[in-house]
Design a binder for this molecule. Structure first.
Ligand code: ADP
Ligand code: ZN
Length: 724
């Protein structure tokens, strides 16, 4: 066996053959290792995926393997299989899918000498120690642990010790009480209520096998407590748990909670917000078997774990589990597939499951477990609809909402005003001729933002920014006005209405800086904020015990959207943001401003009745022939002209019609956002009632698409698309 099959990060569908030079020993046990090869005279890292004697190329055509990285264990077979599954299912090249499993630094040529992982880990732990002194005891323990375990060569040890001592000194200088305080004893867990106990018992009874559990429970119903009990069992059995969360900002909060419960467990986080070194170190902790619990965002679903015993997908309905570029996977679906392959349970938690998941539970593919009440006795918030046709908002706020905010301020309780729009105002329009200022490069309005230096227009799609014009570009009139509300304008209005209130805005523009979100959370917890204004960033999972009022502004926009999933997303968001109100001992209320109070979505919302909402939405989906009753794939094409994109899709359609049986092929159509950065965007939808049939079709179709002339057209197939 002198030929190595190597997966490389490039757009070709298969792996590549390389010669194993004399003197280099490679065996089956090396499959999954990084190997260094040359591609068009450039060196890069690939992954060894097979050994063989035969190649379609002649020995003269084959280039040799240049090096093998034996400093790291090979990728587990389960991960190779997972990447291969994802590549097949999402019709993405295998090599690119597999290499996507590695953290970025392990793909760059020339990185990582064998001694570096431990150094990376130390840097990461040290940074944590330096930046978060209250957590110093944990950080120190982890440092010590790393020093004991990491493959640190003697020469480097001295240097690392000095660094460590330096961090400790800084820690000592900044902290008053002795920094080496013993770790606090683990928090005693609460007594489970009946529903929680049943969920835990049923899952544990089948813990050695694959079952997909849908854990359905409102915010605060104790889902996380259920996860913790399951993890406890995994820890006692020496097995690993993978916990996925939708949002980077949620990881610190959950990490803390897990640490308090399991101070001795090795907890590792994996997400794209980590610095390069920390991400590499954490990933290596997984690969080298030094992680007991892995907490991460969607990319963590590919974490190399040999002793995996359980997967948890929290807020499983969240759209951010879908990767929108490269390998366009859905982490929840990959998690379910991984659990099945590993024969371990997967727990999908949500207060508002994805309609797909709800449907799967009804069909018996998932087992449903319900937590119908809030744990710890807190009542569900009362949700009221404010009819904006009767109580017309002034500057975005109805008088009912203003009154509720006033009362809450007087009681010294915290409020949250939710609006899912960042910036100052969504549009700038001419009051004389009605012209709306557009992005010159995209089929979209420019959004007005207020900056320190004044107003600016911003495109939320291509990033263009410019000064607002003084006169209407269309008719020259001097009467340009901001229309509608974003977070900034609402913040301004609230500041005028409540001059003494401490108001804090939280949206993507404010939380871009690392660490900012933690600061917000602390400020809210310390009672330094009276009114929070923010987007859905605030809606997800954050526990603000003193928050008792939530006002929702501008929700109706989603009801008018052309995207058939907009309603589902709105319902989930509103349930989630409502869940922020009145946890712990304070009861809460939620006021939703709407011009359509009779809408069934809002009617289900005020009764906290997800099941009723889902039943109705699924009926509509069935009648309209949408997922989950149909399986879809979207061929997306981008080109500099509409004609080019459309022509490519027409050709693709012809190919599809020649192949299709049991697959519906629609007509090419412009995307909802038809132009971004001067690129025309078109799409072609195909669907089938049968997943297997759609998959079979896609395999042939994608092969034919690769053969089509597609000069100057970028295309991609998106399986199970969630955006249009
Ligand atoms: P979820 O994940 O569904 O939002 P959590 O597990 O975070 O719910 O629980 C919400 C709150 O209730 C937490 O403060 C948690 O400590 C508490 N809690 C959970 N289960 C119980 C229980 N059985 N008894 C008392 N308090 C509980
Ligand atoms: Zn633009």
């Amino acid at each position: 066996m002198r030929i190595a099959e190597v997966a490389l990060d490039n757009p070709l569908p298969s792996h590549f053959d390389y010669l194993i030079p004399p003197g280099l020993q490679l065996s089956e046990a090396d499959i999954g290792r990084r190997v260094r090869v040359s591609v068009r005279s450039r060196e890069q890292w690939g992954i060894l995926v097979g050994l063989t004697d035969a190649s379609a190329l002649t020995p003269e055509q084959l280039k040799p393997i240049l090096a093998v990285d034996r400093s790291l264990p090979p990728l587990p077979h389960a991960v190779l299989a997972l990447a291969s599954f994802a590549a097949d299912y999402y019709h993405h090249p295998f090599g690119a899918s597999l290499l996507a499993v590695l953290p970025p630094s392990l793909k760059r040529p020339g990185t990582l000498r064998p001694s570096q992982p431990a150094a990376y880990a130390l840097t990461a732990a040290g940074r944590e120690l330096a930046s978060r002194l209250p957590a110093r005891a944990t950080a120190q323990r982890r440092l010590a642990e790393l020093l004991l375990q990491g493959p640190v060569p003697a020469a480097q040890l001295a240097e690392l010790r000095t660094t460590l001592r330096d961090w400790l000194r800084r820690g000592l200088a900044a902290a008053a009480p002795p920094p080496l305080a013993p770790t606090p004893p683990p928090e005693p867990p609460p007594v489970l209520n009946a529903a929680q106990a049943e969920a835990v018992d049923r899952i544990l009874a089948q813990a050695g096998h694959y079952t997909a559990w849908l854990l359905f429970g409102v915010t605060g119903s104790g889902k996380t407590e259920v996860y913790l009990r399951l993890i406890e069992r995994m820890l006692s059995e020496g097995r690993q748990t993978l916990v996925l969360v939708p949002e980077i900002h949620l990881t610190p909060q959950l990490t803390e909670r897990f640490r308090r419960r399991f101070p001795a467990a090795r907890l590792v986080s994996l997400h794209s917000g980590l610095a390069d070194g920390a991400r590499t170190a954490n990933w290596l902790a997984c690969l080298e078997g030094r992680a007991d619990i892995v907490l991460g965002t969607r990319l963590a679903v590919f974490a190399p774990l040999e002793r995996l015993g359980l997967i948890v997908v929290d807020e499983e309905h969240d759209p951010s589990y879908k990767q929108m570029e490269g390998l366009r996977y859905h982490a929840r679906d990959v998690a379910v597939w991984r659990a099945r392959a590993a024969n371990v349970p997967v727990v999908l938690g949500s207060a508002t499951p994805a309609l797909e998941s709800w449907h799967n539970a009804q069909a018996g593919r998932y087992q449903r477990l319900s937590l119908p009440e809030r744990a710890g006795g807190a009542a569900l918030p009362q949700i009221r609809l404010i009819d904006t046709r009767a109580d017309r908002p002034r500057q975005g706020l109805s008088s009912a909402l203003v009154a509720a905010l006033t009362a809450n301020l007087e009681r010294g309780e915290q409020s949250l005003v939710f609006i899912n729009r960042r910036g100052y105002a969504p549009t700038l329009f001419c009051n004389a001729c009605g012209h709306v200022v557009h992005c010159p490069r995209c089929a979209a309005h420019l959004v007005l933002h207020r900056e320190r230096t004044g107003f600016r227009l911003q495109c939320h799609h291509c990033g263009l920014t410019r000064r607002p014009p003084e006169t209407c570009p269309e008719c020259g009139a001097l009467d340009l006005r901001a229309s509608g509300h974003g977070t900034q304008r609402l913040e301004e209005t609230l500041a005028q209405q409540f001059p003494r209130a401490r108001i804090l805005r939280v949206d993507r523009d404010t939380v871009m800086r690392r660490g900012h979100f933690e600061a917000v959370r602390d400020a809210v917890h310390e009672g330094e904020v009276d009114i929070l204004v923010g987007t859905q960033i605030l809606a997800k999972g954050h526990d603000f015990p003193r928050l008792t009022l939530v006002g929702v502004v501008g929700a109706d926009a989603a009801l008018l959207s052309a995207d058939y999933r907009a309603g589902e997303r709105l319902f989930a968001q509103l349930m989630q943001v409502a869940g922020r109100a009145g946890r712990a001992e304070h009861s809460g209320q939620v006021l939703v401003q709407t011009a359509f109070p009779a809408h069934p979505l809002y009617q289900a919302l005020i009764r906290h009745d997800y099941a009723a909402y889902a039943a109705r939405a699924l009926r509509e989906r069935r009648e309209a022939g949408f997922p989950p009753y149909q399986r879809q794939a979207m061929l997306r094409a981008e080109a500099s002209s509409d004609q080019a994109a459309q022509a490519f899709l027409e050709a693709a359609r012809t190919e599809a019609l020649a192949l299709a049986s049991g697959v519906t092929v629609f007509d090419p159509a412009p995307a909802l956002l038809a132009r971004v950065a001067h690129k025309a965007r078109w799409q072609l939808l195909v669907q089938s009632r049968s997943r297997a049939r759609l998959q079979g079709f896609l395999t042939h179709w994608v092969a034919r698409l690769r053969a089509l002339p597609a000069r100057a057209v970028n295309w991609v197939v998106d399986v199970d698309p969630i955006e249009f």
